[in-house]
Design a binder for this molecule. Structure first.
Ligand code: FES
Ligand SMILES: [Fe+2]
Length: 357
């Protein structure tokens, strides 16, 4: 079993390294899974990831510059192509075979830059999480963000798998209304090939402040609210939440105009054992023609996630102070426990060949 405070890394997996628009024509450094990586975009627009350490004198390549042939070290000018091979040594015609740095498989799609941190021979692009809503700007205008959080990445996944925290820590945003509406939501949890899916229904409830501000539900209106979440190993959660006025038949058809509808991608990429990057994108599925509505939603979600961040960092410190102490599982942990099991299965599968050796 992976520990709560310091779940180990699964290496053979795609992680979000960055948002596409973070990578421009200057070197971009980020530590992922304890490895220092430098990303860059070449003149043709392709993104590459290399170890952030020159093979000559160990200078971080982030101090260099992007040139037509690749990334040039800032110290003595060795140039590396996107595959990590050295393609130029100033003042020397022959390039030795050892003149290379590690390169990581990278795929850029749907506004994500995905990186494969394990055995490159196992990198299978079909295993990348599909998030088509990022390509659908007309129906799902969106804006993304990223938070650096001082907690193990799996604590962030845990947080998204037990939403009974909402009425406690998100009172001013997506919480609000009756606390017990949230706690007593009808919860359906299903194991999937990639992890776990759940949907929560709160029928006939008072909409929370964020929903009222966004969709303009009138005074005294009650709604049927849903929270649809899918965890995909190791570090992605796809969310579709919303509400329709009572009587609209939300349970039969959620894709109706006139209510509140929001999609969020959540990605938790480990930086170290006790820090991670929280990538998220919030899509407005209710007032698509109003850029201000997308901006307001982004702000609300950004504020909401800051509330989570505060708790996650405090939780990490407490877990680290006493890592051996056991924790209590309750009814509301059902999806969270299943998510951890899916994660543990993936971890075990990766570690099994190593154990056999
Ligand atoms: S350290 Fe990179 S070229 Fe010398
Ligand atoms: Fe939260």
């Amino acid at each position: 079993m992976s520990s709560q405070a310091n779940a180990p890394f699964v290496h053979n997996a795609w992680y979000q390294a960055a948002w596409s628009n973070e990578i421009g024509d200057t070197p971009f450094a980020r530590t992922l899974l304890n490895e220092e990586i430098v990303l860059f975009r070449d003149a043709g627009g392709c993104v590459y990831a290399l170890e952030d350490r020159c093979c000559h004198r160990a200078t971080p390549l982030r101090l260099g510059e992007v040139v037509p042939e690749g990334l040039r070290c800032g110290y003595h000018g060795l140039t590396f192509g996107g595959d990590g091979m050295c393609v130029g040594i100033p003042g020397q015609a022959k390039i030795p075979k050892q003149a290379r740095v590690r390169s990581y498989p990278v795929v850029e799609r749907q506004e994500f830059v995905w990186i494969w941190m394990g055995d490159p021979g196992l990198a299978d692009e079909s295993a990348i999480v599909d998030y088509p809503w990022n390509d659908d700007h007309a129906n799902w205008p969106h804006k993304h963000g990223m938070y650096h959080i001082k907690c193990n990445y799996m604590l962030l996944i845990d947080n998204l798998m037990d939403l009974t925290h909402i009425p406690y820590i998100h009172r001013k945003t997506i919480g609000g209304g009756s606390r017990m509406d949230q706690v007593n939501a009808r919860m359906e949890v299903k194991r999937t090939d990639m992890g776990v899916h759940y949907i929560r229904w709160m029928l006939g409830i008072t909409p929370p402040p964020t929903y009222v501000r966004a969709a303009g539900f009138g005074d005294g209106v009650t709604v049927d609210r849903w929270q649809d979440f899918e965890y995909m190993v190791p570090a992605s959660v796809i969310q579709w939440t919303g509400a329709l006025e009572v009587g609209c038949g939300a349970e039969e058809n959620r894709a109706q105009p006139g209510g509140f509808s929001l999609r969020i991608y959540h990605g938790a990429t480990p930086e170290t054992e006790n820090s991670c990057f929280y990538f998220w994108t919030a899509a407005n599925g209710y007032r698509q023609d109003e850029p201000q509505a997308t901006e307001t939603l982004y702000q609300e979600i950004a504020d909401t996630f800051l509330e989570d961040l505060e708790f996650l960092e405090a939780q990490q410190s407490a877990l680290e102070a006493n890592p051996e102490r056991t924790l209590l599982n309750m009814k509301s942990d059902e999806a969270r426990v299943q998510a951890r099991r899916a994660f543990d299965r993936m971890l075990k599968a990766e570690q099994a060949p190593l154990a056999a050796e």
